[in-house]
Design a protein around this ligand. Structure first.
Ligand code: NAD
Ligand code: UDP
Ligand code: UDP
Length: 314
């Protein structure tokens, strides 16, 4: 009998990053099982794949056990924007922690390689800049962001304990702010907010003074890094930072969006949310050396693609 294509499970596959990942895995000739409870994702994000013979979509909540047969697992299920993850914080922690336990249990049973979509939020509001993987972070355990930050930290702990205790093949990527088409238009993240506001003539809302910084990675670069990480040497577990080191203030971002959309929207200043990190920039030396990866899409080009997408949907 002919060997069938590798079967890849993508949890959170109907979300922003997950749907781009599913596209790329299908293009690469793999068999994809996309699992999602549609909490923040939608069927529309994977509509282009629904009739594909190697693609399967399953509604399932990862906080419950999942019994399927797969060769590799990308675990992306978890709301990522502050508005969404703070809506039901208990569910957010359950998704990260119970979700990780179930998927690690699955990986252990079928001996699948498993990748965790962790986050730069594990560094909290950092005292070292840029952040390297050996920095342990400064996270408030009891604040409004903690359900996400501590949930993701605990998931990393579980990955490394399954690796030590059960010799699982794990891969942990720490994703820094990523943007692109299929971001949820109302998820409150800064890039989607500014673009939607600019395109609809609303005020551009800068929280705080706008001097806080972020480093934005375009989604295609991010997906490329995740796939390279999954295929990396067995001895390389990560954690590895994935992001674009070009750092911008929120004021600079607002000005870029206004310029590229030609919008007449005004910039207004609103209060800074609690525990909002002042600066964030990845040190990607490890990704460069172990994955041969660095981002290739600059902010202007990525914003143009993202603006094109939002023009169609708003
Ligand atoms: P997203 O909200 O678009 O995608 C998350 C997906 O997970 C959605 O489709 C949602 O419906 C699904 N989901 C949520 N809870 C679930 C559950 N209990 N069971 C099954 N599915 C569930 O967010 P995204 O930006 O695509 O983020 C994907 C992953 O990457 C997340 O784990 C996030 O923490 C991580 N990440 C993203 C960024 C970023 O900038 N986009 C940065 C760091 C980390
Ligand atoms: N699990 C799952 N799918 C599987 C195997 C396990 O969802 O194919 C879940 C199972 O419900 C369990 C969790 O993963 O609660 C952890 O599994 P593990 O084998 O590590 O622990 P145990 O079953 O001993 O609690
Ligand atoms: N932000 C802003 N205006 C908005 C949305 C966000 O100024 O309309 C700021 C937010 O306070 C933060 C930065 O932009 O300092 C990035 O916010 P986002 O929620 O996108 O990501 P995170 O804070 O998780 O990095």
């Amino acid at each position: 009998m002919q060997k069938t294509a590798e079967k890849i499970l993508v949890t959170g596959g109907a979300g922003f990053l997950g749907s781009h990942l599913c596209d790329r895995l299908i293009q690469a000739g793999l068999d994809v099982l996309c699992v999602d409870n549609f909490y923040t994702g939608s069927k529309r994000n994977v509509q282009q794949l629904l009739d594909h013979p190697r693609f399967e979509l399953m509604r399932h909540d990862v906080t419950f056990p999942l019994y399927v047969e797969v060769d590799q697992i990308y675990n992306l299920a978890c709301p990522a924007s502050p508005i969404h993850y703070q809506w039901d914080p208990v569910q957010t922690t359950k998704t990260s922690v119970h979700g990780a336990i179930n998927l690690l249990g699955l990986a252990k049973r079928v001996r699948a390689r498993i990748l965790q979509a962790s986050t730069s939020e594990v560094y909290g509001d950092p005292e070292v800049h840029p952040q390297r993987e050996d920095y342990w972070g400064r996270v408030n355990p009891i604040g409004i962001r903690s359900c996400y930050d501590e949930g993701k930290r605990c998931a990393e702990t579980l990955f490394f304990d399954y690796w030590r205790q059960h010799q699982l093949q794990i891969k942990v990527v720490r994703i820094f702010n990523t943007y692109g088409p299929r971001m949820h238009p109302r998820d409150g993240r800064v890039v989607s907010n500014f673009i939607v506001q600019a395109l609809t003539g609303q005020d551009i809302t800068i929280y705080g003074s706008g001097a806080q910084t972020r480093s934005f990675c375009y989604v295609d670069d991010l997906v490329d890094a995740m796939i390279r990480m999954m295929g990396s040497d067995a001895d390389f577990t990560g954690p590895v930072n994935i992001g674009n080191p070009s750092e911008f203030t929120m004021l600079e971002l607002a000005e870029q969006v206004l310029r590229l959309t030609g919008s007449k929207s005004k910039i207004v200043f609103e209060p800074l949310p609690q525990d909002d990190p002042k600066q964030r920039q990845p040190d990607i030396a490890l990704a460069k050396s172990r994955l041969g990866w660095s981002p290739s899409v600059c902010l202007e080009d990525g914003l143009k693609e993202t603006i094109r997408y939002f023009k169609e949907i708003v």
